[in-house]
Design a protein around this ligand. Structure first.
Ligand code: ARG
Length: 284
């Protein structure tokens, strides 16, 4: 979604990463590219929040919990918001599954409506669920989201979703790597999306073009540095991890405003860009 972002839920690295020694202990378990530097992460996060604050009215912070780990910094994944309320998910990455309960407790405390929750064998991450428009939902089918989750999500969203698109994802680098539908598409306006086409099924790419989307192609090198992970703060106002120059220029060329943040510790090493660091609660 690309509408004006009013409220987001985040988790500060103080609460998710906890300390340098915790990072040293845990980064391999969570399959990070390298061990993040804690002090640097705090600095990057300060800048990231400073930037968000200029456009977002309300930023809610999840508390620390001994039930969840490093990846809980990526609050986009344990829940998906609809206009009617939240759907509680269950991660396809087993060590992240406890994040759902943490998020649910927070939503209940805040009095935010919950319209559904995945049950049984269903697994899905928020990163696999993309609103193409108010009535069109695209869901990646892959290692993080299974068929049972798609069946349940279809049912939960049936009252307000006219077009539910299942997008099969490729094996790519395997089961242990993080590949979400949102790794290959970010929608930044009603007619503009940033994409990594090499991993996109042809039918989905053609569908976007038929809907009138202009597609900004992220070059291979910038795909590696999360150039395809673009957070829309408002239509054509977006946040990009620093170092993705070509993608930035292409976005600006379409009239978009692009903010950058240094995300080596909070994004790159954990494979979670600005969309992953934020859980958008209300957009209107
Ligand atoms: N929505 C996202 N793309 N989240 C990225 C999550 C990255 C995290 N390290 C994981 O493997 O789950």
């Amino acid at each position: 979604m690309y509408d004006q972002l009013k409220c987001v839920i985040v988790k500060h690295p103080e609460q998710a990463f906890i300390s340098q020694s915790n990072l040293v202990d845990q980064w391999q378990t969570f399959n990070y590219i390298d061990v993040p530097d804690y002090a640097e992460a705090l600095e990057e996060y300060r800048e990231f929040i400073r930037m968000l604050n200029t456009h977002v009215d309300q930023i809610d912070y999840l508390p620390a919990s001994n039930q969840t780990g490093l990846d809980s910094i990526y609050t986009h994944d344990p829940v998906k918001f609809t206009h009617d309320g939240a759907i509680i998910l269950k991660s396809g990455k087993t060590i992240r599954q406890s994040e759902a309960a943490e998020m649910k407790t927070h939503l209940e405390k805040q009095g935010i409506p919950i319209i559904g929750e995945l049950t049984g064998d269903a697994v899905s991450d928020g990163g696999d669920i993309v609103w193409v428009d108010n009535h069109t939902l695209a869901v990646g089918l892959g290692y993080r989201t299974n068929r049972e989750a798609i069946r349940q999500l279809k049912k939960i969203t049936e009252p307000f979703v006219n077009h539910f698109i299942e997008v099969p994802l490729p094996h790519d680098r395997g089961e242990d790597e993080c590949l979400h539908l949102m790794s290959i598409i970010s929608i930044v306006d009603h007619d503009l999306a940033v994409v990594y086409s090499p991993l996109m099924p042809i039918f989905f790419r053609q569908y976007l073009l038929e809907q009138g989307f202009t597609l900004i192609e992220v070059p291979v090198a910038e795909y590696e540095t999360l150039g395809c992970n673009v957070l829309a703060l408002a239509p054509r106002v977006c946040v990009l991890p620093a170092g993705n120059e070509k993608t930035k220029q292409k976005l600006e060329h379409t009239g978009a405003t692009v903010y950058e943040y240094k995300g080596n510790e909070i994004s790159y090493k954990g494979t979670g860009g600005p969309t992953c660091l934020t859980c958008p609660v209300i957009r209107y």
